[in-house]
Write a protein of this length. Structure first.
Length: 407
């Protein structure tokens, strides 16, 4: 969703981004009832606000976390942090909130300037389902955009009711906007200068200021805790998941050439792999593994080799589609493991690059990608250097699909 037609936004490498997270936990949470303000209530065994901290704090590119809390609560916050193992850390800074959300966010963003980060993520503490991968996806979008937020397609039927009666509203192209909302630092600092009391969220401000903004895929688990029932619903989404495993296998033969593509990485070799697409045997096996885990057929069903549009296609297209199908089923990839079987080329020198490119296409952390290689002791077609085989396993978590029933 690009809102600025003529806006120029210089492209930057997302790995050069250092971010500060502003965790907004200053509300009274009156609609959630209960004895405690909702950010302190227990959620799967932790105070709600604590659950989001590791996704920021444990991210390689994080330089600081600003916790915006209700006035007078700094000791309470410190106690919770200590109980969760965050002790006297200069990367975690507390700041008192203001009289409303806008005011609190403004204070948090002001405080974040002390970290000199080049990007800022603003997150509602009442969304405890945050994961490290969500942060990575947002930072990736800041490569080309000034701001990004998770957006979840609306699946319920929508009605507009007024004095004129009830009419249907198309849900096509409609999204629920979640947090964290990520911005290049200079952009959010600029926007906050003239922030109005009534601003709903920072992404809306950026959009209204015609900044170049986009949406990443949202998640049910990023839903906000607002009403009493939300606690048990979100707990059940996060804990009622089922784990699926899929297996993939592929072979491509060598033909005349000087380069093979494995996991999106070009590797010089005395031959190339024969195939309709870029013949990336590793990503083909991985695509099949992911499709297998969600019982969605195989790569040939989705991308028939007879279809000329896939001729020479980069296999990232297939993998991206498999990832999209997982998300469609309200799932996410936990980890993948690929084994390449060949005598040559040597895979090891390229392994880090292959892990990085696979993690990037799947939108998961590199620690969730494993790539290995083996020979067959010169036995079989791999041993005779006639081609390369690849095996892959994908481990996928499908979250509770209650919302399907109401769609
Ligand atoms: Mg293939």
């Amino acid at each position: 969703m690009e809102t600025a037609e003529n806006n120029y936004c210089p492209i930057i490498d997302h790995t050069s981004l250092r971010f500060v997270a502003v965790l907004v936990a200053a509300g009274k949470g009156t609609r959630a009832e209960g004895d405690l303000p909702k950010q302190y209530r227990s959620f799967l065994g932790d105070p709600v606000f604590i659950r989001s901290i590791p996704a920021f704090y444990n991210h390689d590119q994080n330089v600081g976390v600003v916790i915006v809390h209700p006035s007078g609560d700094s000791d309470r916050i410190k106690q919770y942090l200590q109980a969760s193992g965050f002790i006297d850390d200069e990367r975690i800074v507390l700041t008192e909130g203001g009289k409303n959300r806008t005011d609190s966010v403004k204070k948090g963003i002001e405080q974040s300037k002390s970290f000199n980060a080049n990007s800022v993520l603003v997150h509602d503490a009442a969304r405890p389902g945050l994961r490290l991968e969500d942060v990575t996806s947002l930072l990736k979008e800041l490569e080309r955009y000034e701001g990004a937020a998770p957006g979840l397609p609306v699946t319920d039927s929508l009605k507009h009711q007024s004095e004129q009666g009830i009419r249907s509203v198309s849900r096509e192209n409609l999204y629920r906007i979640q947090t964290p909302q990520a911005f290049r630092a200079e952009v959010i600092y600029d926007l906050v200068e003239d922030i109005k009391e009534s601003a709903t969220d920072e992404f809306t401000l950026a959009e209204q200021a015609k900044r170049l903004v986009t949406l990443t895929g949202g998640h049910e688990r990023l839903s906000k805790l607002t009403y009493p029932d939300d606690f048990k619903n979100l707990e059940s989404i996060l804990s009622n998941s089922e784990t699926r495993v899929g297996l993939g296998y592929d072979v491509h033969a060598f033909e005349n050439g000087d380069n093979v593509t494995l996991c999106g990485v070009d590797i010089p070799h005395i031959a190339k792999l024969k195939g309709h697409s870029d013949a990336d045997v590793a990503w083909h096996a991985l695509t099949d593994a992911i499709l297998g885990a969600i019982s969605a057929g195989d790569i040939g069903d989705h991308f028939p080799p007879s279809d000329p549009q896939w001729k020479g296609a980069p296999s990232s297209v297939f993998l991206t589609e498999a990832k999209r199908l997982v998300r469609d089923q309200k799932g996410e990839i936990i980890n993948v493991d690929i084994t390449l079987i060949c005598e040559a080329p040597k895979v090891n020198p390229h392994r880090t690059a292959m892990i990085r490119s696979t993690a990037e296409v799947l939108g998961i952390d590199a620690s969730r990608v494993s790539i290995k290689a083996t020979t067959t002791e010169r036995l079989g077609f791999e041993g005779r250097r006639e081609g390369i085989a690849a095996q892959a396993v994908a481990n996928i978590r499908l979250f509770s699909r209650q919302s399907d029933e109401t769609a």
